[in-house]
Every structure is written in structure tokens, then in C-alpha cells.
Design a protein around this ligand. Structure first.
Ligand SMILES: [Zn+2]
Length: 228
């Protein structure tokens, strides 16, 4: 999948969205967050997240380097704080990847069933975010430069999007339609586990169905944001 990407994910969503929603006329939104980048551009942005674990981090770094592709990594404050992941984070920064925030403690912002119901206060939201950015500063990542924010659990609502906008942050989430977001599952989860092979096949078959029914513009190469 990565082989078709160009090393430009750092700029892709970030630049085109610099002017806020109006600056990204060809993006797709849900609850105020970008869930697909500019569909007129043949470009895909690979999104990675981390909280407690860094499984495969070095492998991902090596593959991206080999393919000359830049990825977008969103880590919690907990991840940035963990001394075990320090070397990986430094390598990612040195390689020029996009490193952003993913909530300090991976908070659940809103109810899974009633999405409109917030589970956190405005104060909690901003304090948690600030704690995440403080950890990033320790790696030389300035919060002024990384304005794209991927919400914990990729679960948010319009209120969260509004708060992000107040703070000058651009909320993004993965493009729905495939199993790319099931990357967190592990074999010990039993029936809930989705092997990498199935995830990969779901992306390829989605790509094929989109091409058949809606033409080339809808293929995954156009603004797609898979979470891998
Ligand atoms: Zn997460």
C-alpha cells in the first residue's frame, strides 16, 4: 500500500487546510473533522497512532524509509512520556515524519451510543491537550507547527471539533469504509481479532468497488486517510 505514496504526507492535509474548512473545499468532513483529504489530489496519508504500546514501530520506520514515504504519527502524552519509546520518537522526528497529539491520557470524549453526550468538560479537554503538547515539546516538536489533531479512539463530536477550532487545531479522523482502523486488535481478543491480512484485503476490495461504481476519483489514492 505504501509504495504508491509520495513522501509528502507532512504537507498534504496540513497545507491544504491551513485556511480552515474553507481552505479545503474538496475534503470530506464528519462532525466538523476532516475524514478524507483533498479528493482532487492523487495522494494518500498514512496515519499511525500510539498510546501504551509501540509494536512494530521500528519495522514501520524501516519500511517507510525504504519506500521513501512520510507518515503521520499521533501519540498520546503517555506514549511520549514512556522512556521505552524515546529512541523511536527521536528517529521518527529525525526522519521528518509528522508527529502530532492524540490526547494526553487517551480520554473518551463522548458516549459510544449517544455521540452528542460529552463525557469531559471543556477544562478537562484543554488541560489534557496541553499536557500532551508539553510532552511533545521535550522532543523539539513545537505545538505551533503541528496543528493537526487525531482524537483518541477516533471518537469525537461537533463540540470537540469546535473546541479544536478555537485552539487553532484541525481535527482529522480516518476515512471510513475499510477495516484499517482495526489495527488495534490482537489475537488474544478472540473473535474480535482482525488479522492484518483481512485488514489489507478490506482496503483492496474497497478500492476495487469504489473504482467500479464511482470512477477513478473515488479510489483510495485520492485524499484517503487510512489508519494503519
Ligand atoms: Zn488511539
Amino acid at each position: 500500500m505504501a509504495s504508491g505514496c509520495r513522501p509528502s504526507s507532512r504537507e498534504s492535509v496540513a497545507d491544504r487546510s491551513a485556511g480552515g474548512a474553507a481552505g479545503c473545499a474538496h475534503c470530506q468532513y464528519a462532525y466538523g473533522a476532516i475524514i478524507r483529504g483533498d479528493t482532487t489530489q492523487k495522494q494518500i496519508s498514512l496515519v499511525f497512532t500510539g498510546d501504551e504500546f509501540a509494536d512494530g514501530g521500528d519495522h514501520i520506520l524501516a519500511v517507510l524509509r525504504r519506500q521513501q514515504v512520510l507518515g503521520a504519527f499521533f501519540f498520546t502524552g503517555r506514549f511520549y512520556r514512556d522512556p521505552r519509546w524515546g529512541p523511536l520518537i527521536r528517529d521518527l522526528v529525525a526522519a521528518g515524519h509528522y508527529l502530532g497529539a492524540h490526547s494526553d491520557r487517551h480520554l473518551l470524549y463522548c458516549d459510544w451510543q449517544n455521540r452528542d453526550s460529552l463525557l469531559i468538560s471543556r477544562e478537562m479537554f484543554f488541560a489534557d491537550l496541553e499536557a500532551n503538547y508539553n510532552e511533545m515539546e521535550k522532543f523539539g516538536i513545537s505545538s505551533d507547527q503541528v496543528r493537526i489533531f487525531l482524537p483518541p479512539y477516533e471518537w469525537y463530536n461537533q463540540k470537540i471539533s469546535n473546541w479544536c477550532q478555537e485552539k487553532g487545531l484541525l481535527l482529522v479522523s480516518f476515512t471510513p469504509g475499510t477495516l484499517s482502523h482495526a489495527d488495534y486488535t490482537v489475537p488474544s481478543m478472540g473473535k474480535k481479532y482482525i488479522p492484518s491480512d483481512s485488514i489489507y484485503r478490506s482496503i483492496i476490495s474497497y478500492e476495487e468497488s469504489q473504482n467500479q461504481h464511482q470512477g477513478d476519483e473515488n479510489d483510495l489514492g485520492h485524499g484517503y486517510l487510512p489508519k494503519v
